[in-house]
Design a protein around this ligand. Structure first.
Ligand SMILES: N[C@@H](Cc1ccc(O)cc1)C(=O)O
Length: 512
């Protein structure tokens, strides 16, 4: 998912000519021309795409810039890894803080105890995503270093302020809003900057950087639990602030290499044109439109285990159960999943990425439904291992799908908007689960229900390959029927996006 935001570097590479020639027909195809493997596939698939490619000048796009593919870039990778780890490690371990918050601020006779407390973590996770579209614009305007360091500073203030808070109300603001907004501003530039240093190795470094979150998810729950026990909630938050301070220093390493997109500004204006800030061409792809609603629809249960699983385990298996081990299992297999499925999606011919993503959200959903059925701890470990594996798959496949649906020119905004949409299910899921627990006396129904959204969202997503296949079939018919003008007119009408995905869908050798 997140990985794709680094494609923003293409925006830096956009020249005057491409901005001037913005109309829909030129953007999508160019993006695929930059990937020789896909050009080949398109040609194999009946040649119609090849025909279209001949119509489109490739020349205007990439001014020569040599990505160093290493050197200082490796320091940047380490810094970005820290960022991913600190931001999502803390979020993923919220279940541990959740129990401490219940103890610290909750009163046993509060009928809405878990509902109210879950809002702290879910607001925080939701805000990180909600800010994404805005952060993309700030990153373009201010650059990666300033945005990231400013974000980390705000996050630091939010976390420190949370450590002085004595009730849930202000915690919604300090932890749920200020801390999370800072995290969001720190996080996105850490992905964008990778595109300044790497091009050929971008997938690899993306994998390394996003595995940062898995590494922190493995270790942080144990550290948090023992800190909470020894020094209490307030001091634990102060110690966590050290992670945010290091994050600020990490931002210092983000020395930009690519020029700022000065060409896209109007003379005398400090801002880029509206068409750059809000890229409407992403909406021309019907596949993208379905995706951007289908993914959030599938994710209402996604953050529920991260918030409530620890408490559920404590209730079912007692105080002494090794709850942290479960988060550790999710972290390990999620890291492994990112590496394995990243390779699968990149190298195995014909894997239909959308079906891969549908399968992963479905497995995550089924695993949620299995949680209440596990009456032995070993069963929960197995569930968490599988959940993590498919979580890794879901996340690492996000950027490649966006790339195929809207083209590399538009991928940054496409992902930014998707993340913004994802903030809704991330925010409302856990409080609903908390409410159900408060009213029903156990988490069982909450976990069962968390499995339903992936089925609904997954069914929506299954339309995408069909829609894309239909589109490419029409393009092929137009190509055989006749003139190239007809083709271009059709492409203009349909937005003309998603050719690589459609090509793969139409491919009879498709693996899935
Ligand atoms: N659990 C996920 C959280 C996440 C989900 C979606 C994202 O795009 C990013 C992060 C992780 O650790 O990475």
């Amino acid at each position: 998912m997140t990985e794709g935001t680094n494609m923003t570097d293409n925006e830096y590479e956009t020249t005057e000519e491409t901005v001037a020639a913005e109309p829909a027909e030129e953007t999508p195809m160019k993006s695929f021309e930059t990937r020789p493997d896909e050009v080949e596939e398109n040609n194999e698939n009946g040649g119609s795409n090849g025909a279209i490619q001949e119509q489109v000048p490739v020349t205007a796009e990439e001014p020569e810039f040599e990505h160093p593919e290493g050197g200082w870039g490796w320091v940047v990778v380490l810094a970005a890894m820290w960022c991913n780890g600190a931001v999502f490690g803390i979020q993923n371990a919220f279940g541990i803080l959740f129990m401490a918050l219940l103890k610290e601020f909750g009163s046993a006779d509060d009928a809405d105890l878990r509902f109210k407390t879950a809002w702290v973590g879910s607001l925080s996770m939701g805000m990180i995503f909600f800010c994404s579209p805005i952060v993309s614009v700030f990153t373009d305007l201010l650059g990666c270093r300033v945005t990231a360091m400013g974000g980390a500073a705000v996050g630091l203030v939010g976390l420190l302020a949370s450590s002085f808070v004595k009730s849930l109300g202000p915690m919604y603001f300090t932890y749920g809003i200020v801390f999370a907004t800072g995290c969001s501003f720190a996080y996105q530039p850490s992905l964008v900057i990778l595109g300044h240093y790497f091009k050929k190795r971008l997938c690899l470094v993306n994998g390394i950087v996003t595995a940062g979150s898995s590494a922190f998810t493995v270790t942080l729950p144990f550290i948090l639990s023992s800190l909470l026990e020894k020094v209490g909630l307030q001091n634990t938050m102060r110690i966590l602030s050290i992670l945010m301070f290091i994050l600020m220093l990490a931002g210092l390493t983000y020395t930009p290499l690519l020029p700022k997109p000065v060409n896209s500004k109007k003379p005398g204006s400090c801002c880029p044109p509206m068409s750059k800030v809000f890229n409407v061409s992403i909406w021309k792809s019907l596949g993208y439109r379905i995706w951007v609603f289908g993914i959030p629809a599938a994710l209402y249960g996604y953050f529920v285990p991260y918030v409530h699983l620890m408490k559920h385990v404590q209730e079912r298996f007692g105080e002494d159960a090794n709850k942290e081990l479960l988060l550790m299992c999710i972290g390990i297999t999620s890291g492994v999943g990112r590496l394995i499925f990243g390779q699968v999606a990149d190298y195995v011919h014909g894997v239909n990425k959308v079906y891969l993503q549908v399968s992963s959200v479905m497995v995550i959903g089924v695993m949620s439904m299995m949680i209440p059925l596990c009456h032995v701890f070993g069963g929960l470990i197995a569930v968490c291992l599988l959940m993590g594996l498919f979580d890794g798959c879901f996340i690492c496949i996000m950027a490649p799908i966006a790339f195929e649906l809207v083209g590399s020119q538009n991928v940054s905004q496409a992902i930014g908007f998707l993340l913004g949409m994802m903030s809704v299910p991330m925010t409302v899921g856990p409080p609903i689960a908390g409410f159900l627990r408060d009213r029903l006396g156990s988490y069982d129904v909450a976990f069962y229900l968390a499995g339903i959204p992936p089925i609904v969202g997954g069914a929506m997503l299954c339309l995408i390959p069909w829609v894309e296949a239909r589109r490419i079939r029409r393009e092929q018919e137009a190509a055989t029927d006749g003139t190239q003008e007809q083709m271009l007119k059709f492409k203009r009408d349909s937005g003309g996006q998603g050719d690589a995905l459609a090509a793969k869908t139409a491919d009879p050798n498709s693996v899935i």
